[in-house]
Design a protein around this ligand. Structure first.
Ligand code: HAM
Length: 417
């Protein structure tokens, strides 16, 4: 026998039960975002490599070691998108969206790719849902963005959710702070992990992402960027917080919050869940007021987030029983029944909006009733040689119908069992 072929490492097959939960989440997302004026956008799954090198940042883990990059037949460097913000901003510039009334509010859902070590909740192909509001630096957009993710997580039923927020200020503030932090880390170099030590020069802030005990000890008395904000950035952050407070949204200000992408300015945030293991981030984002300009557009502020669908569903209770509101019917057949009649009844029930399945695997009548029970059918229509019966699965009552049409009427009219 030949070896069966398996899916690539770190990828995921979505089977029907999960597929249904994902579609339900997509429906909630569309509803939540549309009510706040966000419209759906789709961008290509591959982009020029330069977009992410310029947008996400050359010294980030994503660009340094996690991108699926290849040369196409025309010799261009192509990358499977590792994130969606750079693409949304490219599209904003490319389609002249700065001429539209601002802010332009967009949302997306789709596959993203990062070459990471696969583990629970971490894949090489995963699905993100995200929103971006481009064209205004009003603090209400930061707060709105955060609250949209909170509402989505709530609608999805995620458990153990915690929100952390911070502000990274302007690139100038961050540069001055980086120098200060670099000096602090250099004085404690022997405590640091190799990884953090190697990056002191290029990206000292990423040290806050490390769970290495020595690195954490070295950071315990480090200065915090949040204490170095200029007055305008501090005021912006306090207005964002006031809006979250007024909305009753719990959060924790965490000066150690750094994100894995370089484009952030001012507000950053992350939602986590205690239901997830080491990969506890459900979603995160922030403001990126310099990104559009970096991509060749006019100076344009923006704010948004992305969240991982697989992680949201892992952290949700998984009880989707409530979503099954439609009446469900199984059409069973005896050995000598007319298969055309059974097929017709099932089709008619589906046209009436009911969930109807029929016997399609040659089970005995007893086996079919067992199967109907397993499917959670409210009714079974039993098609015999000369008669049609309707069985109410909640009471066990079974009664004959005068015709196939009457069986359909009986089931369609019945209350939810
Ligand atoms: P990010 O924090 O890199 O942000 O990713 C957002 C979310 O995507 C994570 O919190 C996580 O749930 C999910 N995710 C990321 N990598 C993986 C993976 N390997 N496997 C499973 N899930 C994963 C961004 O991507 C930014 N573009 C967010 C943003 C939008 N900022 C502003 N606008």
């Amino acid at each position: 026998m030949t070896e069966p072929i398996r899916a690539p490492r770190g990828t995921l097959d979505v089977l029907p039960d999960d597929g249904r939960r994902r579609l339900e989440l997509l429906r909630i997302a569309d509803d939540v975002f549309a009510r706040a004026g966000y419209g759906p956008i789709e961008t290509p799954i591959f982009e020029s490599t330069e977009l992410f090198a310029r947008g996400v940042g050359e010294t980030t883990d994503i660009v340094e070691k996690e991108m699926f990059t290849f040369e196409d037949q025309g010799g261009r460097s192509i990358t499977l998108r590792p994130e969606g913000t750079a693409s949304a901003c490219r599209a904003y510039v490319e389609h002249g969206m700065h001429k539209l009334p601002q802010p332009v509010k967009l949302w997306y859902w789709g596959p993203f790719f990062r070459y990471e070590a696969p583990q629970a909740g971490r894949f090489r192909q995963f699905t993100q849902v995200g929103v971006e509001a481009v064209g205004s630096d009003d603090p209400s957009l930061d707060a709105e963005s955060i609250l949209l993710l909170a509402e989505l997580l709530d609608g999805a039923g995620t458990q153990g959710v915690r929100l952390r927020i911070s502000s990274l200020g302007t690139p100038e503030t961050r540069r001055a702070y980086s120098d200060e932090l670099r000096e602090h880390l250099r004085a404690r170099e022997d405590l640091l992990s190799d990884d953090v030590r190697a990056r002191i020069d290029r990206n000292p802030l990423r040290a806050f992402d490390s769970d290495h005990p020595g690195t954490q000890a070295a950071l315990s008395d480090a200065p915090r960027l949040i204490d170095r904000l200029n007055p305008e950035d501090a005021e912006h952050f306090s207005r964002v917080r006031a809006l979250l407070d007024a909305a009753g949204q719990p959060y924790e200000v965490d000066g150690t919050l750094v994100r894995g992408l370089d484009y952030y300015t001012r507000t950053v945030f992350e939602f986590e869940s205690t239901e997830l293991g080491a990969q506890s981030a459900l979603g995160g984002g922030g403001r990126y007021d310099g990104l559009i300009e970096q991509l060749g557009g006019p100076p344009t502020p923006g704010v948004g987030w992305a969240a991982g669908i697989e992680r949201i569903l892992l952290a949700a209770s998984g009880d989707d029983e409530e979503t099954r509101v439609r009446r469900s019917v199984f059409v069973a057949t005896t050995d000598d029944a007319d298969p055309v009649q059974a097929f017709d009844i099932a089709r008619e029930l589906r046209l009436r909006g009911l969930h109807a399945e029929l016997e399609q695997a040659g089970r005995s009548l007893k086996g079919q009733l067992k199967h109907a029970d397993r499917l959670g059918a409210d009714y079974v229509v039993i098609v015999g040689d000369e008669d049609v019966q309707v069985k109410d699965m909640s009471t066990g009552d079974q009664r004959p119908a005068a015709s196939p049409g009457e069986a359909v009427e009986l089931v369609a009219a019945g209350g939810r069992a």
